[in-house]
Design a protein around this ligand. Structure first.
Ligand code: AMP
Length: 433
C-alpha cells in the first residue's frame, strides 16, 4: 500500500482552509461544526484532489463527513452530461445507510442533488422509482442493491465516486461476493474510498484490486477507543448479570443507556427484566422489523425510553447524541466489537462511560481485549450490590477451571481459527452471533 499517512496529531485547520465549496461550508456551519475532526482535516484535501483513500478510523471520529463533504464538492464541481448516479456508498446495515443519508441531506441542503437509499427489509418499489427518476447519490446495503441491479435498475455508467464504509463489517456479514458482483458493473475510471476499523487480509486484497495507489489514513491507534470514554469492567458471576444491570440503572441513575447483548434472545430477556422493574426499554435486533427498529431508535432519541438494548449488528450506524453509558451486558466476543460498542458514547466532543460485565468464562476475552487496546481496564465494584446471592435460575453450573477468575493473570497464546485466515487484530475468542 502506497503512501501510508499516520497522524498522531494532524495539523490544526479550519473548514474554510480545506477548499470546500461555499454552499457546503454554509451547511457545515449550520449543522454546528466549528472545526474539522482529525480524520476530516487529513482526508478531505486528498479526496478533493481525486486520490483513492483507505481510512482506518473507528466510528465517532467524524469519518462520514470526511468522505461525504469532498464527495459533494466534486459532484457540485462537475455538471453531469446525463442522468446517471455519480456517487455510490455501500454500507453494512440499513441503520448505517439511513444515518449516512441523513448526514448527506444535511450537508447538501443548499445543493441541487438527489439522494436515494436502497436497503433490504422495506418495500422496493419506492427505491425502484427513485432509481428511475435518477439519483445523483445512492447509499445502499449490498444485498438489495445487487438484487435491483440484476433486474437492470439504476444507471451507474457515469459513476465517479465509490465508497465502501465499514468494510470489515461488510466482510464479517458475508457481503464480499455481492460487493464484487456490484463492482463488475461499475466503471473503472472512478475514485474509490474504503473505510474500515480494521484491515483484515481479505480487505487488503480487495483494496489492491479496486483502488489505485491509495493513501492510507489512520487516525490514532488502530484499536484505541475514543479518549472521551471512561471504561470499567465489572467482574460478575453469570447468574447475577441481570441483577447488576438493574442495580446500576437504579442506583447510579444512568440516563441514556445503550446495552449490548450478544444474542437476540438475550436482548429480549434483558428488556423483559428491566420492564418488570419499571424501566422502560426498547430493543433493536435482527428479528425486529424495520418499523420496530425505527420506532425503538426514535423513542430512545426522544428520551421516551432511557435504555436501548441492542445486538452488535443491529447497533451499527446507531448515531444518537448524548448516550451517557454503554453497558456491555455480554462481554464482546470480538475486540473490534468492543471498540465499536463503546464508540457509541463519548461521540465527537462529549464524554461517556462504558461498563463491561465480565464473567469467569470471559477471562480470556478480557485479556485479549486489554492486549488489543494496549492497556488494562480498571475494575469496578457496585456499591450496595449483593455479589453473593445464590444462583436461582436453575441453569446448570459450569465447572470452573482452577484459578479461573475474570481478572486475566497471564497471557495465553492466541488460538488459530481454522475457518479463517489468521488476522492479528482478531481476538482469540471464537465468534458467537
Ligand atoms: P461519524 O464518525 O461519522 O459517525 O460521526 C460521529 C459524530 O460526530 C456524528 O454525530 C457527527 O454529526 C459528528 N461530527 C462529525 N464531524 C464533526 C465536526 N467537525 N464537529 C463536530 N461534530 C462532528
Amino acid at each position: 500500500m502506497e503512501g501510508a499517512l499516520k497522524l498522531a496529531s494532524p495539523p490544526v485547520t479550519s473548514f474554510e482552509t480545506l477548499g470546500l465549496h461555499p454552499l457546503i461550508l454554509r451547511a457545515v456551519r449550520e449543522v454546528g461544526y466549528t472545526e474539522p475532526t482529525p480524520i476530516q482535516s487529513a482526508a478531505i484535501p486528498h479526496l478533493l484532489a481525486g486520490t483513492d483513500i483507505i481510512g482506518i478510523a473507528q466510528t465517532g471520529t467524524g469519518k462520514t463527513a470526511a468522505f461525504t463533504l469532498p464527495m459533494l464538492n466534486r459532484l457540485t464541481d462537475h455538471t453531469p452530461e446525463r442522468r446517471s448516479t455519480r456517487a455510490l456508498i455501500l454500507a453494512p446495515t440499513r441503520e448505517l445507510v439511513i444515518q449516512i443519508q441523513e448526514n448527506i441531506v444535511a450537508y447538501a441542503r443548499h445543493l441541487p442533488l438527489r439522494v436515494a437509499t436502497v436497503i433490504g427489509g422495506v418495500s422496493e418499489s419506492p427505491q425502484i422509482d427513485a432509481l428511475r427518476q435518477g439519483a445523483d447519490i445512492i447509499i445502499a446495503t449490498p444485498g438489495r442493491l445487487l438484487d435491483l441491479m440484476a433486474r437492470r435498475h439504476g444507471d451507474f455508467s457515469g459513476l465517479k465516486f465509490l465508497v465502501l464504509d465499514e468494510a470489515d463489517r461488510m466482510l464479517d456479514m458475508g457481503f464480499l461476493p455481492a460487493i464484487r458482483d456490484i463492482l463488475r458493473s461499475l466503471p473503472v475510471q472512478r475514485q474509490t474510498l474504503l473505510f474500515s476499523a480494521t484491515l483484515p487480509r481479505e480487505i487488503e486484497v480487495l483494496t489492491r484490486q479496486i483502488q489505485r495507489t491509495p493513501k492510507t489514513i489512520q487516525i490514532g491507534r488502530r484499536a484505541n477507543p475514543a479518549e472521551t470514554v471512561t471504561q470499567r469492567i465489572y467482574e460478575i458471576p453469570r447468574h447475577l448479570k441481570l441483577n447488576l444491570l438493574a442495580h446500576l440503572l437504579q442506583d447510579q441513575k444512568l440516563s441514556t443507556v445503550l446495552v449490548f447483548s450478544r444474542t437476540k434472545h438475550g436482548a429480549d430477556r434483558v428488556a423483559k427484566k428491566l420492564d418488570q422493574i419499571g424501566i422502560r426499554t426498547a430493543t433493536i435486533h435482527a428479528n425486529r422489523s424495520q418499523n420496530q427498529r425505527q420506532r425503538a431508535l426514535s423513542d430512545f432519541k426522544s428520551g421516551d425510553v432511557r435504555v436501548l438494548v441492542a445486538t452488535d449488528i443491529a447497533a451499527r450506524g446507531i448515531d444518537v447524541e448524548g448516550i451517557s453509558h454503554v453497558v456491555n451486558f455480554d462481554f464482546p466476543p470480538h475486540c473490534e466489537d468492543y471498540v465499536h460498542r463503546i464508540g457509541r458514547t463519548g461521540r465527537a466532543q462529549s464524554t461517556g462511560d462504558a461498563f463491561s460485565f465480565a464473567t469467569p468464562e470471559d477471562k480470556e476475552a478480557v485479556w485479549a481485549l486489554e492486549r488489543f487496546i494496549g492497556r488494562s481496564i480498571p475494575r469496578g465494584k457496585a456499591d450496595g450490590f449483593n455479589y453473593s446471592a445464590p444462583d436461582m435460575t436453575g441453569a446448570p453450573q459450569r465447572p470452573q477451571r482452577p484459578g479461573s477468575g475474570a481478572a486475566p493473570t497471564r497471557p495465553s497464546p492466541p488460538r488459530n481459527n481454522p475457518g479463517r485466515p489468521q488476522n492479528r487484530f482478531k481476538s482469540p475468542v471464537s465468534r458467537r452471533r
